[in-house]
Design a protein around this ligand. Structure first.
Ligand SMILES: [Zn+2]
Length: 393
């Protein structure tokens, strides 16, 4: 039997594929194809020595905000613009940065393709809109380079840490929230407009940060930080000794993802779905028919739980019983809990997905909602799992 530690690595890797705003096919989706491969998280800084190239200080890494990778990216861009070959050291500054190194290990970043794409965009100055989404993303970086460089300076001196803390305060119990222990924010060229979280780290695409942080500083990062904190707390909640192949443990990780999105979406989506939001169109697409779809997924999930046991693979659970990585039905369920005035009860044991499902049922009855209830058999089964798999909070 494998230890929980191994399963933690595997499942936190899966959490890393949580896609918040999936505009285009992404690294995240590439990662999703290789979920059997645990990722070694390397959060140590490899490039701590100040390197000054073209006037850009590569080593400007604060304790909370790490922009070293995007700085390295633009140094390489500068080389290509004047038809120079970036040095091995300059490429290493980019690819050895913590997040890129992790992506390369996971097979989610092809360095040859990346180098070619940068050369195409910055040396040749491609002006057509490429069909390859990654190339198109480089082109957006090229067109907005001035603004993105200014945004890097802004991030380094901004109050983003305080803002993230403030956004999280209503959604985490004090035992899980400490300003000086918030996971580090990494800003990178992510291949598309996306943000995601892993243990002790939040990964932000710089361009998406530029769009959203100019509107509501730190709001999307707070959503992802919630995942980083709660996924770790959930892993700690599990008793020791369960195999990562255990179907009930897999089911609980899936339910954890739904409950996490249910709360995390209460942090940012109210603001991001307002008129004036820089991602309003994307939000409209993501929330389209979400009530109808949520009803369908909740009913399917209830049937699954009534069957008391499943051998469904983790990825297939996402495909068959949720949409957008658990945002649907999570968001609708979280909204129902909030509407019923039960959010404060939920937050006390926020990492417990069984509590989320029980409170959802209470909320539906209280709200006299048209959303489906989970059956008594399903709730009883979840309580059994809680007894068997979870420690006391
Ligand atoms: Zn999320």
């Amino acid at each position: 039997m494998k230890s929980k530690c191994i399963s933690l690595h595997i499942f936190t890797f899966i959490l890393l594929v949580c896609i918040t705003i999936p505009y285009t096919p992404s690294y995240s989706q590439t990662q999703n194809k290789s979920t059997s491969q645990p990722v070694k998280y390397n959060t140590k800084e490899k490039n701590t020595k100040p390197i000054s190239t073209n006037g850009k200080n590569l080593a400007a890494v604060t304790d909370f905000v790490d922009v070293s990778a995007v700085k390295a990216y633009f140094v390489i861009a500068d080389r290509f613009k004047v038809h120079q070959k970036p040095s091995a050291k300059e490429w290493a500054s980019l690819f050895n940065s913590p997040v890129h190194a992790m992506m390369i290990t996971a097979g989610a970043l092809d360095t040859t393709k990346f180098k070619h794409a940068m050369q195409t965009v910055y040396e040749n100055g491609t002006t057509n809109t490429p069909t390859d989404p990654e190339l198109a993303h480089h082109l957006k970086y090229q067109k907005l380079e001035k603004q993105l460089l200014a945004h890097i300076s802004f991030l380094e001196s901004s109050s983003i840490q305080q803002n993230i803390f403030n956004y999280l305060q209503p959604f985490l119990p004090p035992r899980l929230l400490a300003k000086n222990k918030l996971p580090k924010q990494y800003y990178i060229f992510y291949g598309n407009e996306d943000a995601t979280a892993g243990p002790g780290m939040v990964i932000n695409d710089l361009l998406l940060s530029y769009k959203i942080d100019g509107y509501k500083l730190g709001i999307l990062s707070a959503h992802e930080t919630f995942h980083a904190v709660v996924s770790e707390a959930f892993a700690n909640l599990l008793k020791d000794g369960f195999s990562n192949q255990d179907p009930n443990a897999i089911l609980l990780y899936f339910l954890s993802n739904i409950s996490q999105e249910g709360v995390a979406d209460l942090i940012d989506k109210p603001a991001l779905t307002q008129s004036g939001s820089p991602v309003l169109q994307e939000m409209k697409a993501l929330t389209e028919n979400e009530t109808i779809l949520s009803k369908q997924y909740i009913t399917k999930l209830d049937s699954l739980l009534q069957a008391k046991g499943t051998n469904i693979d983790y990825n297939l659970l996402f495909q068959g019983f949720s949409k957008n990585g658990g945002h649907i039905p999570g968001r609708v369920m979280g909204q129902a809990i909030k509407q019923a005035g039960l959010l404060s009860v939920l937050i006390r044991s926020v990492e417990d997905p069984v509590s989320f499902f029980e409170l959802y049922n209470q909320a539906i009855q209280k709200n006299k909602s048209e959303l489906p209830l989970f059956s008594e058999i399903s709730i009883a089964y979840l309580k059994q799992l809680k007894e068997r798999y979870f420690k006391q909070i």
